[in-house]
Design a protein around this ligand. Structure first.
Ligand code: ADP
Length: 404
């Protein structure tokens, strides 16, 4: 069974083609295009590339196209996309302006081009369906809550992958299995009995960043709130902000809702603090050259990562492992060192040579006697999406490809 996972950015299309033999999966091909202005031709190019690579002779060999979609009104989990699902996604366009519209548009174009192929969405909110009520709620009126003003959490596919993989690396296959089967039943399986709880904090640090607490493979919370603009400072989005700060600036500067939205979602975050840089590599270079704004951007980012690690550390009553993943987390030893600095009382001791050596590779970076195992794990969100899509096809008894 072949499943194509398409990652749709506002100006990019990235894709991976997976083949399944039962639950066993193999990545057949990956590719992508940047600066996409026309999805229809980018999708044609993607299919052409898969054909030329010899991994997909005809689109009829595809069992499904699957997407790591962000959010939809009153929906989550892994679902077959139909007009209702697309409408529910569109209803969240204002909340996720950088993310939802490209997915809605891209899925529509994929569906038109491949009318017989199931389109499957795994929402980024799915992993947080079981977080406690006390963590989910903001202190706002009930009708605001009903409108969706609550902590959803995002980066679900990535943190779920970390939940599975960290448990495997810590030789807790019982927990890895619990995490892997999470969406298959009616909620998490009971925690493994007789074994101590496995407590992990996962730091997904990239263009978008978030921190999640994991108890026995299940999320207990995530630093994102109602929208992907919240939590940690993002590359060009503000992260958490006092709501009255927004009202104050809108009044003082006479900003419209649209202008405020633009500033918060494209001109804030590390970009605003650093004086115009989106990429942490550029910000670090500036800071090293003595730029005070760039240094402040880094300090604020690290302070917020530590703030969220602290929150989950307390909720979990200590941790067994701390994981770094995504573009920033996987590639920047200096940042990991700053995040972990001075935490010996929490049992966190980095091994400097191991940390320096861990670039885009899976590696333990703590000392042998560190109470907490610190690990770099390259994330694999697409594999989680493909696996859940396959399970949905099997549950729904859909063919493994129209030719098969
Ligand atoms: P996105 O959230 O857009 O998928 P990524 O996970 O690719 O983002 O992360 C982008 C960030 O990762 C950038 O800020 C960049 O500085 C950092 N990054 C990516 N690759 C490297 C690298 N090889 N070395 C240092 N930093 C990197």
């Amino acid at each position: 069974m072949k499943i194509l996972v398409a990652n749709l950015g506002s100006t990019s299309l990235k894709y991976r083609l997976f083949e399944f033999e039962g639950e066993r999966t193999e990545l057949l091909h990956r590719g992508g295009f940047e600066r996409v202005s026309d999805y229809a031709s980018a999708i044609d190019d993607c299919l052409k590339d898969l054909g030329e690579a010899g991994v997909l002779v005809s689109e009829e060999d595809l069992a499904a196209v699957a997407f790591k979609t962000i959010m939809a009104k009153d929906r989550s989990g892994c679902v077959l996309v139909d007009d209702d699902v697309l409408a529910a996604m569109e209803a969240c366009n204002y909340i996720a302006p950088a993310h939802n519209p490209p997915y809605v548009e891209g899925i529509r174009i994929f569906s038109r081009k491949m009318p017989g192929t199931p389109m499957i969405a795994l929402f980024e909110t799915a992993f947080y369906q079981w977080i406690p009520e006390a963590t989910r709620r903001y202190a706002v009126p009930e009708d605001w809550y009903e409108l969706g003003v609550r902590r959803f959490g995002f980066h679900g596919a990535s943190h779920k992958f970390i939940a599975e993989r960290s448990a495997e690396l810590l030789e807790r296959l019982d927990v890895a299995e619990r995490a892997k089967s999470l969406y298959s039943g009616n909620g998490p399986a009971p925690p493994p009995s007789g074994a101590p709880p496995l407590r992990v904090i996962s730091c997904h640090l990239g263009g978008s960043s978030s921190v999640t607490g994991l108890l026995d493979g299940v999320a207990i919370g995530n630093s994102f709130g109602t929208s992907p603009q919240s939590g940690l400072p993002q590359n060009n989005r503000s992260g958490d902000l006092d709501p009255f700060a927004l009202l104050h600036v809108m009044r003082e500067k006479n900003l419209s809702v649209e202008e405020a939205e633009r500033v918060l979602s494209t001109e804030s975050g590390l970009n605003a603090l650093s004086g115009g840089y989106n990429d942490l590599r550029d910000i670090k270079e500036k800071a090293d050259a003595g730029d005070a704004c760039a240094a402040t951007a880094i300090d604020v980012y690290i302070a917020q990562i530590r703030h969220w690690i602290g929150a989950f550390h307390l909720s979990l009553n200590g941790i067994d492992a701390l994981v770094f993943t995504a573009g920033i987390g996987e590639n920047n030893p200096w940042l990991r060192e700053k995040v972990c600095a001075g935490l010996d009382q929490l049992g966190i001791a980095l091994d400097p040579p191991a940390n320096e050596a861990a670039i885009a590779t899976e590696k333990v970076i703590s000392t042998g006697d560190s109470r907490v195992t610190v690990i770099v794990i390259p994330t694999n969100e697409e594999a989680v999406v493909a696996r859940e899509a396959r399970r949905l096809l099997v549950r729904e008894n859909l063919p493994a490809g129209r030719k098969n």
